[in-house]
Design a protein. Structure first.
Length: 162
């Protein structure tokens, strides 16, 4: 499951780099896998857990918050960030694309609010700094968000934090 999810995120990131669009099909598939992963955690059957966590293994289960927290925080983020983006667009300002918001919601649903929030901040901050150094006004946030969430995810699992 994690390999498929990683492939979907890589495909979405490459698409964002090339055409500056995150396809809804890839984001829906990523969201369904994230919700399926949380459902497998909630179900609690050892066989289902083994399939859902492969190849990361049982070390993963002690790190993540409760599935309801992961899913609820993703839904709250999706609603609040989408409303803020749409309100800003009415004033001809764009903070972040709606595709990037959906991508970050998928990552939050799979890995929890800490990884989603800190990874999004780290990824967007790093991407923004690189864009400023390169004297660009826009940048593809999708790959930066994935990299930031991956870095925070690695830090959380290595340090054993929640």
């Amino acid at each position: 499951m994690w390999g498929i999810w990683a492939a979907l995120l890589v495909a979405a990131s490459l698409n964002d780099l090339r055409w500056r669009r995150l396809p809804n099909g890839l984001l829906v598939a990523s969201g369904v896998l994230a919700l399926g992963f949380q459902g497998a955690r909630l179900w609690g059957d050892p066989l289902v857990l083994a399939v859902a966590s492969a190849p990361l293994g049982p070390a993963l289960w002690g790190v993540l918050p409760h599935p309801a927290v992961c899913t609820g925080s993703a839904l709250v983020f999706l609603g609040a960030a989408s409303a803020l983006e749409l309100a800003c667009r009415h004033r001809n300002i764009s903070l972040m694309g709606l595709g990037d918001i959906k991508l970050l919601a998928c990552l939050t649903a799979a890995a929890g609010p800490l990884v989603g929030f800190l990874g999004g901040l780290l990824g967007c901050g790093a991407g923004g700094m690189v864009a400023l150094i390169g004297k660009k006004t826009h940048f593809a946030a999708g790959p930066w968000i994935c990299a930031g969430c991956g870095l925070v995810w690695w830090w959380v699992t290595e340090a054993g934090l929640r």
